[in-house]
Design a protein around this ligand. Structure first.
Ligand SMILES: Cc1cc2nc3c(=O)[nH]c(=O)nc-3n(C[C@H](O)[C@H](O)[C@H](O)COP(=O)(O)O)c2cc1C
Ligand code: SF4
Length: 377
């Protein structure tokens, strides 16, 4: 953020949390709302912002209500707003507002989030300029995730040296891991970075129901490259280690799939999500995501071929790097990496060596009422 500017500065706290497999920000909003408020105020003080917007996913009615109650309490106690000056004997004051999303995943992308707050359609902006130079209403703006901001009070209280000693030196601290899928104890686990993925699954989250083998794990929300279940040994959960393992930490949402999972259906469902959530500005994302769903549907219908697998990788590769925002990569990575890493599985599916009952097709037509009921399981 520029140190000197005659423009107002803003903080946006990103609680849009719409990535499938991610459900940890809502834990902060529910159980530590005052920690998030404190982090928001300290961050505003540090960057010189007098207004903060906490952008919360529209479907999070319960958490919006809970967080509003906490904000009201903090205002009533003189911790936010003009009264701060008396309470803390300072010249600094700051307002904090909740801004509700309206059900669009793309509004979690930082520039789209700012357009949404400004009252425009949630289209991502071309960068540069970046928000720190040219953000909300053209003013310097910092955008950080709920979990990031909630970490601030403890770091200020105990010091950065304390924080940097937790977990992996290159990526210190803790992560809120949301564990879901075929798992005995799904939930959110706060653990140091560098915790073994297998420890998260077996030691903390109780392992896989029926002691089944793991076929696939997505380590950081549905857009991150999936990992093979037979190659999980030794993988640590931090930025560097996951990069080495061929994936990324993303949102820390660990999705576990057992050996009986229909990976074609999983991939079709993930692809349908990104297709549906594409804002449509860029041709590779708008058209490419639709083709991914159509080809995957063909395979689900039992009419796929080995050529379709190559075509899926080709379409995904042509989306990557050719779009305004990273939704392009979010749509492309699961497809490219799942097919590359599970080629044997997908080849067997298209050659019908593995046949699974095709119960639910994932529909691809835009502008038709999506028969969501068809894919509810
Ligand atoms: C399509 C898309 C959706 C995103 N959704 C979210 C979201 O729901 N929450 C979030 O914190 N960041 C989301 N991001 C990342 C934000 O753009 C931004 O990088 C993030 O809020 C920065 O927070 P951090 O650096 O504190 O992690 C999304 C990015 C993209 C491309
Ligand atoms: S990549 Fe997709 S979601 Fe992002 S701006 Fe382009 S069309 Fe919109």
């Amino acid at each position: 953020m520029p140190k000197t500017t005659d423009k107002p500065k803003y903080l946006c706290v990103n609680g849009d949390e719409s990535e499938p497999g991610s459900f940890k920000d809502r834990q902060v909003l529910e159980f530590n709302p005052h920690q998030l408020i404190e982090g928001t105020l300290i961050t505003c003080y540090a960057i010189g912002a007098k207004v903060a917007y906490v952008y919360i996913r529209g479907e999070y009615h319960k958490w919006i209500k809970l967080f509003q109650t906490a904000l009201d309490e903090a205002y009533a106690s003189g911790f936010i707003g003009e009264k701060m000056k008396d309470t803390f004997k300072t010249d600094f004051s700051c307002e904090v507002y909740i801004h509700k999303g309206a059900g669009a995943y793309i509004c979690g992308e930082e520039s789209s989030l700012m357009n949404s707050i400004e009252g425009h359609r949630g289209y991502p902006r071309v960068k540069p300029p970046f928000p720190a130079q040219n953000g909300l209403w053209g003013c310097p703006t910092t955008i950080n995730n709920v979990e990031t901001i909630a970490n601030v009070p403890k770091i200020i209280e105990k010091g950065w040296e304390w924080y940097s000693k937790i977990g992996e030196p290159k990526h210190p601290g803790t992560i809120l891991f949301g564990v879901s899928g075929h798992i005995n104890k799904p939930g959110v686990y706060e653990l140091p970075t560098g915790t073994l993925l297998t420890d998260i699954i077996y030691k903390y989250a109780g392992g896989v129901p029926g002691d089944k083998k793991i076929l696939c794990v997505i380590p950081g929300g549905s857009s991150m490259p999936p990992l093979r279940g037979d190659k999980l040994e030794g993988i640590k959960m931090d930025t560097e280690s996951l990069k080495e393992a061929g994936s990324a930490i993303g949102t820390g949402g660990v999705i576990v799939m057992d050996e009986d999972t229909d990976l074609v259906k999983v991939l079709a469902r993930i692809s349908k999500f990104y297709y549906h959530e594409s804002c449509g500005q860029c041709t590779p994302c708008r058209e490419g995501t639709s083709w991914l769903v159509r080809i995957l549907n063909r395979i689900l219908d039992g009419n796929g071929s080995s050529h379709d697998l190559d075509m899926l990788i080709d379409v995904a590769t042509n989306i990557e790097g050719n779009t305004i925002c990273a939704l392009g990569e979010a749509a492309a990575w699961p497809v490219r990496f799942m097919i590359t890493r599970f080629r044997d599985y997908f080849e067997q599916r298209v050659s019908k060596e593995i046949t699974l009952p095709v119960k639910n097709k994932v529909h691809s037509m835009r502008n038709t009422a999506f028969p969501l009921a068809d894919i509810k399981d």
